[in-house]
Design a protein around this ligand. Sequence first.
Ligand SMILES: Cc1ncc(COP(=O)(O)O)c(C=O)c1O
Length: 493
Amino acid sequence: MAFPSQLSKPPAGSTATRDCSHIYGSRFASEHMPWELPEDEMPKEVAYRMIKDDLALDGTPMLNLASFVTTYMEDEAEKLIVESMNKNIIDHEEYPKSVEIEQRCVRILADLFNSPKENEKPTAIGTACIGSSEAIMLAVLAMKRRWKNQRQAQGKDTSQPNIIMSTGVQVCWEKAARYFEIDEQLVPCTDTRYVIDPAQAVDLVDENTIGICAIFGTTYTGQYEDVKGINDMLVERRLDTPIHVDAASGGFVAPFVIPELEWDFRLSNVVSINASGHKYGLVYPGIGWALWRSAEYLPEELIFKIDYLGADQVNFTLNFSKPASNIVAQYYQMIRLGKRGYQSIMTTLTRTADYLADQLKSMGFIIMSDGCGTGLPVVAFRLGPDQSVFFDEFELAHKIRERGWIVPAYTMAADCKMSMCRVVVREDFTQSRADSLLHDIKHALVTLVQRETINIQRYQLLLSSSQIKSSQKLCVETSCVELIDPEPEKNIF
Ligand SMILES: Cc1ncc(COP(=O)(O)O)c(C=O)c1O
């Protein structure tokens, strides 16, 4: 529809030039959102509404099945978050209770990860971080510094540190290696094994190895790497190479679903563990945890003692200021849910993931993740040969996006190029939501197959036409008309 030209620029003195009290009648509604600091203020209701409207174009967090990060918390937790958002946790003197709450969380996690005990107290120490990435950076720094100190004490070269990990690591490991100048010794994944091979990992150990990373719940398929396998092999070969367990997701799942699985401080070479509170720890983004087996594994030089905020305090994080809110929220979840609460949630998620995997399998997909609680509640899948389709996982993901679902399609780790889709089953993904997703995946498959069939028929018609060159356009148009299905739902043109 064409707008009358006078509407594009309001005439001077017209009602549109004075500020209307209604947001959408005000001048702000006809201006671009600022990319520069405006000269004047804007009423708070208008600023709020304009930003809220802008954000409406984001995806819906609950339908974002790509992310491991928590998208639901109870109202009480949200209230605590808002109430503690203006507390900077670094101000130990001013906010001693928040600091104590952080230490209570560390203590709870030390028990959960089976820290050794001295005088009935866990020896593990730890800190809250902004996420697992920061926790991993700290753990890598600690391993590197310990290795360096040991080498220097022996008068040996310290210029070539290396770290062993699978090609299935999350990008933060590559970052850590690059930022801290450590060589990556990569154990390749294959077309049939998407996790580290313990023997290959241990074979790579040399005098310059600062540690081995074992991923407890890989980002790609949610599988648990065999931490015990690595540990036992190291012990067998009398190697004291440290293991860091990246339990970003598994740290809050396995202890409740499969407690007998040994992956944590029960294993002698595991020196540090990270876990994301904002993944299966069930807190909104902005919280991770780093734990060390005991103070011995966190070199003194990395701990800063600061006293200018009014009290002596120790600090071992990469950043300084951060709100107390996520730590408080983590503690809320811990005491609100207790072991039983976490167990109920994680078991439900595991069942939902198994159900989803079974249904997808029956539709012909190949399931790449492990079920029955032997991996994360994540379903990684790819199109199977029986489905006989030419489209790929990226097109499928794109199609279901039309229904609001964000299911990522991506390519497996560097050396294993297959494409796949992945659904992270989070707390707010119920069985009935799984049914809706399955319905939409089925519908997307049918639609894509129909489009493919129509296209094939169109090409066949084109190819068989003797007038292919002279009347190509006509031929395409004819085939469109002929192939349109009488049932409108099935027409894709
Ligand atoms: C295995 C693994 N490690 C580390 C990370 C980084 O975690 P964060 O987002 O908490 O920094 C992720 C994130 O998905 C992950 O899956």
